[in-house]
Ligand binder design. Structure first.
Ligand SMILES: NC(=O)C1=CN([C@@H]2O[C@H](COP(=O)(O)OP(=O)(O)OC[C@H]3O[C@@H](n4cnc5c(N)ncnc54)[C@H](O)[C@@H]3O)[C@@H](O)[C@H]2O)C=CC1
Ligand SMILES: CC(=O)C(=O)O
Ligand SMILES: [Mg+2]
Length: 521
């Protein structure tokens, strides 16, 4: 590969690697997953962000053979029989998308199937979900991407997206069919545009064992990182309630993060606590003056009284907010590359924190709010930095290294899914999600925190996932939503010690080894 791709653009090389891995998957699934697990640090950026974004953008051209199931608006009324036609007897994990907001790349229609495929490959690699029991699902309700509608290779329905009740009736039908055949399967909603992300989560979370990864998985990962930044400042965790956090992007991810952060502050400082969160969207700072404010953003809108003293008002732009607030944390989930420009990053030098934190969480790499080099160059060497897609560590000279963290929901969704699955819970509660976030936060030692490390290396993703899965499972038992699975019911689970739960989780993780052709006596 190296010889054949010499002098080529990075994207070309990454896509070539993706093709090779994809062909290996088709020839020898066991070997594919073994290669992935043994080289996760090298290959996660190929099967997952950032390359998966490029794959989705070019999916119709790259397509050779199908993976997963497609439910089109034209299949209405037939979805139950389609589900019963899926060849696997058992399905444990489903990742489902409608392709309407793929990473920060917008509406990619059915080409978004690359995301469920990539996420489920992470499930196999990180959580040891049996690859025979995973199911990527695409809901093809049309696309509003004009370029795709005109592309003769486009594989999906050539019609504008369904809206309203028509749309919901398709999702309802798929969810009910899945539940009828595999009542214990976990369904992960992924990369839905904001309005449907929130609405489907509310609609299904009390009826099915499902979660929305962009809202809930991301929130847990961000919270773990935010608690890490408090520790990095040498402060007690309860000081989290006093942190000034500027969140750029008021979409499913940004709002999910703030909601979970608010819950954490309430636990630490009581329900009347008044956290210092500032929320911006494409129209600037969100305040109570905002016209047609989204109900999900309303709880985080600043009142005039709260910001007057700072000299801020409705719609204030990012640079103004950073200069006046002097935040401890600047967190981007806007999907817009480069919005943390030189001026904004330089303003972070005046942060009130001894270790200002910059989280450029948007994916893929080109959509990151800033690069790692930009962050360390402009905001200074004392920052802690995290990005949604991987960047190399930054050489700061004098033998010093600027550590780059990857703040990505991949640290939590595999453990949330695995823990929920083994618990046999019929729903995924806030408590289970909180346990996942706390588990990740506590994984890092003080020594690592001092070096700017907020998240463990992806090399240990299987171990992290086992711990997170165990934490989720334990909480499901404590909250009495666990119903068990197979021979291991609620009673057996509730009698296990903490160590036994962890062992139980590990014992249930699939690992790629060839199964013998002849049964050994
Ligand atoms: N690192 C991670 O684990 C995750 C990263 N993400 C990334 O977050 C990004 C956003 O995802 P969603 O919230 O689901 O999208 P969304 O479309 O629901 O929300 C985007 C938000 O950003 C705002 N925005 C757009 N341009 C802006 C600008 N110039 N300045 C400030 N705000 C601006 C929009 O007004 C909107 O509120 C995507 O790039 C996605 O890849 C999402 C989930 C997890
Ligand atoms: C990581 C992820 O889920 C996203 O960027 O949407
Ligand atoms: Mg996502």
């Amino acid at each position: 590969l190296e010889k054949n791709t010499q002098g080529q653009h990075d994207n070309f090389v990454s896509l070539a690697k993706w093709r090779i891995l994809n062909r290996l998957h088709d020839r020898n699934e066991t070997l594919y997953y073994r290669v992935l697990i043994d080289n996760i640090k090298n290959f996660a950026p190929i099967i997952y962000t950032p390359t998966v974004g490029l794959v989705c953008q070019n999916y119709s051209g790259l397509f050779r053979r199908p993976r997963g199931m497609y439910f089109s608006a034209k299949d209405k009324g037939e979805m139950m029989s389609m589900i019963y036609n899926w060849p696997a007897q058992e399905v444990d994990m489903i990742v489902l998308t409608d392709g309407s907001r793929i990473l920060g790349l917008g509406d990619l229609g059915v080409q978004g199937i690359g995301i469920p495929i990539g996420k489920l490959d992470m499930y196999v690699a990180a959580a040891g979900i049996n690859p025979q029991r995973i199911l990527p699902v695409m809901l093809d309700v049309g696309t509003n991407n004009q370029k795709l509608l005109e592309d003769r290779l486009y594989l999906g329905l050539r019609q504008p997206r369904l809206e309203g009740e028509e749309y919901l009736s398709i999702v309802d039908e798929v969810m009910e069919a899945v539940h009828a055949r595999w009542p214990k399967a976990i369904v992960q909603f992924e990369d839905f545009q904001m309005k449907w992300a929130f609405e489907t989560l509310e609609r299904y979370r009390r009826r099915f064992c499902m979660f929305n990864d962009d809202i809930q998985g991301t929130a847990g990962v961000a919270l773990a990182g935010l608690l890490g930044t408090v520790r990095a400042q040498g402060r007690p965790l309860t000081d989290f309630a006093n942190q000034k956090i500027v969140v750029v992007g008021a979409g499913s991810a940004g709002l999910g993060v703030l909601k979970m952060a608010l819950q954490a502050v309430s636990r630490m400082a009581g329900p009347d606590a008044d956290p210092h969160f500032f929320l911006l969207d494409k129209n600037g700072l969100i305040t109570t003056e905002r016209k047609d404010i989204d109900p999900a953003a309303a709880p985080f809108a600043k009142s005039q009284g709260e910001i007057e003293g700072l000299g801020l008002s409705e719609g204030a732009c990012l640079i103004e907010v950073v200069k006046k607030v002097k935040p401890h944390v600047l967190l981007g989930l806007s999907g817009v590359g480069g919005v943390f420009n030189e001026e904004v990053l330089k303003a972070m030098r005046d942060s009130d924190s001894t270790k200002p934190a910059i989280f450029a969480m948007s994916n893929p790499t080109t959509n990151a709010e800033c690069t790692a080099v930009e962050a360390f160059n402009h905001a200074g060497e004392d920052i802690v930095f995290a990005s949604g897609s991987p960047f190399a560590d930054v050489n700061l000279g004098n033998g010093k290294i600027g550590h780059v963290n990857q703040a990505n929901n991949m640290y939590l969704f595999p453990g949330i899914g695995l823990g929920a699955l083994l618990s046999g819970a019929h729903i995924i509660t806030d408590g289970m999600l909180q346990a996942a976030a706390e588990c990740l936060a506590s994984y890092i030692t003080d020594d690592e925190i001092q070096r700017g490390v907020l998240y463990p290396s992806i090399d240990s993703i299987r171990d992290i996932t086992a711990e997170v899965g165990a934490a989720v499972l334990r909480t499901a038992v404590v909250e009495e939503v666990a119903e068990g699975r197979g021979d291991v019911g609620y009673r057996e689970l509730s009698q296990m010690s903490k160590e036994e739960i962890l062992q139980y989780v590990k014992d249930n993780m699939w690992y790629p080894v060839y199964s013998p052709l002849v049964h050994e006596k």
